[in-house]
Design a protein around this ligand. Structure first.
Ligand code: BDR
Ligand code: CA
Length: 312
């Protein structure tokens, strides 16, 4: 069965890997790609999507540019992680003749939610576009089969610590109000946070990256994009796609979650109500499925087989 998805993204090296994983997987139909300001300003995010499409020789996937700034929050310079162009400065070129749509990403999200009965929205950047779609159309989120989001950190594993501040995950920190609007909708949400993406068994070791380089092609591209890193590197965003390809890769718990939208140390911090044995009506936050465990070996197998065509 074909899995119809929209990917909302702010590339970003790991966004680029997520896009390639989805676009190289025949069971997944990428209905469209929407961009959002996050790792890079939105026009750069759009350009980076086009660079990846050109690299893969794809000419027919619609691309829609979205929000140019967070609803509330500032863009952070991430060039130390993602390079000055957002894609590790490997010199990928944008296509000269790829026309992006003149419609806004949010308009597309609303329209596609009506056209597809089984649409999955995958978010791997700040949640600004999604929040705007929710605010524009009360029924939008209910028409989505479900969302899968790389966002937040919920204290579910010992690896679940912040990556932009000590407590906050980058996508939520960049636009916490948008995350709150998203959390508060009754839609079905699968949240994949740093609790699992930072588990050592799920990270790409230096050895994994050398192996990738030696296989050439996409493997070499990933190696080069990540060349500024030493030791193990988390690949957060592709986990959303890996989960759609193989449900066994993650375990989820239904929890109530919310986000801090102010605070010196807590700005953008996500919380899960982990109290045991209390009735649901006493719980704080909004219902979501939150990833609490990952099969790191399986995740890496998916990355290797799908992107490089080899298992080891
Ligand atoms: C998230 O932050 C970004 O830098 C990555 O692309 C990913 O979406 C991880 O916190
Ligand atoms: Ca991202």
């Amino acid at each position: 069965m074909t899995i119809n998805i929209i990917i909302d993204t702010d590339p970003g090296i790991d966004d680029a890997v997520a896009l390639m994983l989805a676009l190289k997987s025949p069971e997944i139909n990428v209905v469209g790609i929407t961009t959002v300001a996050g790792n890079v300003p939105v026009d750069r995010a759009t350009e980076n999507v086009l660079k990846i499409l050109r690299y893969l020789g794809i000419t027919d996937i619609p691309v829609y540019q979205g929000a140019y700034r967070p609803i509330y929050g500032e863009l952070t310079d991430t060039s130390d992680v993602h390079g000055s162009d957002g894609l590790g400065d490997v010199g990928l070129e944008a296509p000269k003749d790829y026309k992006i749509s003149d419609k806004h990403a949010v308009e597309f999200l609303l329209r596609a939610s009506k056209e597809y009965k089984d649409l999955i929205v995958v978010t791997i950047g700040p949640l600004t576009n999604i929040a705007l779609a929710i605010l524009l159309d009360k029924k939008f989120s209910e028409r989505i089969k479900h969302f899968v989001s790389m966002c937040g950190v919920y204290g579910l594993t010992k690896y679940g610590v912040g990556n932009i501040t000590s407590r906050a995950e980058f996508n939520v920190y960049t636009d916490p109000i948008a995350a709150k609007i998203y959390f508060s909708t009754p839609a079905i949400k699968y949240l994949i946070g740093l609790d699992v993406t930072q588990k050592p068994s799920a990270m790409l070791t230096a050895k994994d990256r050398v192996k990738m380089r030696n296989y050439g092609g996409i493997g070499k591209l990933i190696f080069n994009m990540l060349r500024r890193f030493r030791g193990s590197v988390p690949l957060h965003d592709p986990l959303t796609i890996a989960y759609l390809l193989d449900k066994e890769v993650l375990k989820f718990r239904e929890l109530y979650v919310d986000v801090e939208v102010s605070g010196i140390y807590t700005f953008g911090e996500t919380m899960a109500d982990l109290r045991q044995d209390i009735p649901d009506w006493l719980r704080e936050g909004f219902k979501a499925y939150v990833a609490y465990d990952i099969d790191g070996k399986k995740y890496k197998e998916i990355l290797f087989t799908r992107l490089i065509g080899r298992r080891d």
